[in-house]
Design a binder for this molecule. Sequence first.
Ligand code: PLP
Length: 411
Amino acid sequence: PSLFSELPRYQIDSVFALIADYIADTHPEKVSLGPGVYRDDQGAPWPLNVVEKVEKQLFEKNDAGRHEYLTIAGDGTFLELARDLCFGFGEGTPEEEKLKLKIASVQTISGTGANHMGALFLSKYLKPARVWISDPTWMNHHTIWELQGVERRTYPYYHAEKRAFDFEGMMATLEEQAEKNDVILLHACAHNPTGLDPTKEQWKAIADLCERKGLFPFFDSAYQGFASGNLTEDSWSVQYFLRNKPNMEMCLAQSFSKNFGLYGQRVGAFHLVSNEPSSELRESIKVNLCHLIRGEYSMAPRGGSTIVKTVLLDEQLKKEWQNDLTIMSDRIKVMRKALYDELQRLGTPGTWEHLVTQIGMFSYTGLTAAQCHALRGKHHVYMLDSGRASITGLTSENVVYVARAFDDVVR
Ligand code: PLP
């Protein structure tokens, strides 16, 4: 027998199996509501207009250094722009400059890599007894922390009956069971998979709880600007914590996959916020992150971050990016409403308002696993058994078909 014949049998993230089943299906009306990727109204991938424009510019520029290595920390200009975007810096006031001194940033292999580098760094140097993860969450949070050997605990997030964010459940669990130095994972906006976010008042209470109990907030920001179309609004939670809890230390994993449509380019950053505006401490944190990065992947890739940097450096291009964000987020809102309207028209049993009030790419539809099976088997509509639907898979052409399929399986 092979030395490897006793390997554990992992079930890799079910979304990939779902994609494979969808591809194998030959039915002409099949619909994919599985993966978290943007699709246009023809159901096709959509390179952002501004990205296509910058790609052409970069091609014409023909910079001989375009395939050189970055430094271990990554592209410094990109990192400053990325930091300013998520923490809402702009005016360069003395107060902002002081805040910047608290933040050590490194470039990562997109949001996944940022989550991973954060988990790796914290498990080594913060040594939390446990990490608190929302139930449910993006499945990779579990894998990433499991691989660091940190005990994972979940806090309630979804109230199934009310189809709403379970704020009381979350607070009660953390209040009773979380301990000083525990890490708490928070989705900065557009919670995956529920599409339900805390209100501003609830965020304030969460920040107070973290401060009072000495928890270490770990923000995962994968949808800034993509969720509501508004870059500031989608980063409100992060900016509130930074500005209102000066003694609290925290970190943030930032992805540019969705808001720039650069999924396969792996563009991201990890930011660690200390409670001291000290360039020495910042440098020391950065050097330690670089030590880990060197041993893992040497440095992040260059292509995608150059595109993001070029856009964020130029006010005009930034406006064009904003326009693209509006196109994507508006289309999602229109599709949410179209699905809702059609279900209303059909008189489908149950309440469906959550389809329009949830935010971002996903809707937690409330369909059961059995109903999702029936959707696939009978109607060739593919979504996860959890009932999560990626709204971007809906188009003006297929939305009526999908609504009828929903109607059929819930009756
Ligand atoms: N975090 C959350 C909550 C996500 O939904 C995603 C992508 O689906 C990511 C992080 C990271 O994605 P990527 O590694 O493509 O940046």
